[in-house]
Design a protein around this ligand. Structure first.
Ligand code: FE
Ligand code: FE
Length: 206
């Protein structure tokens, strides 16, 4: 398989493997990442590549994600074994490199961390993390309007708010089953909470 050289070529190839809905989301993340890069002085082209490729492995089933990890020696943590949807981020970074010729480590890292976030994210990682959450195709869930306007004023505050929302959303599973939280999301939350001096406020529950 030849390596894709530019955004349009990657886009054409992704359109063939992703569902229409996921492809629409992908383009939303690409352009939202570009807009945030403009606002915060990040490399716009890198932001677009990262946004475009962030879900490039999400068309695989959970079993296939696990199989890819086994096949290519990508480490699978316990929480990922139980929630294999988490794996599409690291399998995505692997595909971005091997199938789409993306060698820029900053871009690959932004793909790797787009689902869980992590402490001390780079500007590009924050941009893709935020863009994935708020691109225009995302449902207008509670707090979304606030996130969308905040993202263009204060990126760290937005990352914090998304992590907060994610942790609280994950805890409230409709089936009454407690969904597992990736410890990386909790660590990221703790980091940004401290960074922003929010030690005083209490997080509900946990
Ligand atoms: Fe994703
Ligand atoms: Fe996504």
């Amino acid at each position: 398989m030849s390596l894709a050289k530019d955004l349009m070529e990657i886009e054409e190839r992704l359109e063939k493997v992703l569902s229409a809905k996921r492809f629409f989301h992908t383009r939303g993340v690409m352009y939202t990442s570009a807009a945030l890069a403009m606002r915060y002085g990040a490399d716009m082209e890198k932001a677009m590549y990262a946004g475009l490729l962030h879900d490039c492995a999400k068309y695989l089933s959970e079993e296939e994600q696990l199989a890819q990890c086994r096949k290519h020696d990508l480490p699978v943590r316990e929480v990922e074994k139980e929630n294999p949807y988490l794996l599409h981020a690291k399998v995505g970074a692997y595909f971005a490199k091997t199938k789409y010729g993306m060698e820029d480590q900053e871009i690959l890292d932004a793909i790797t961390w787009h689902t869980t976030g992590k402490p001390e994210m780079s500007l590009l990682e924050k941009i893709v993390f935020v863009a994935d959450y708020m691109e225009p195709g995302r449902k207008n869930i509670e707090g979304m309007e606030e996130i969308r306007s905040m993202a263009f004023c204060d990126l760290d505050q937005t990352v914090y708010q998304i992590l907060y929302n994610t942790l609280n959303y994950l805890k409230k599973d409709k089936n009454g089953k407690k969904k597992e939280i990736d410890c990386m999301t909790q660590e990221a939350y703790n980091y940004y909470k401290k960074l922003l001096g929010k030690g005083q406020e209490k997080q509900e529950g946990r």
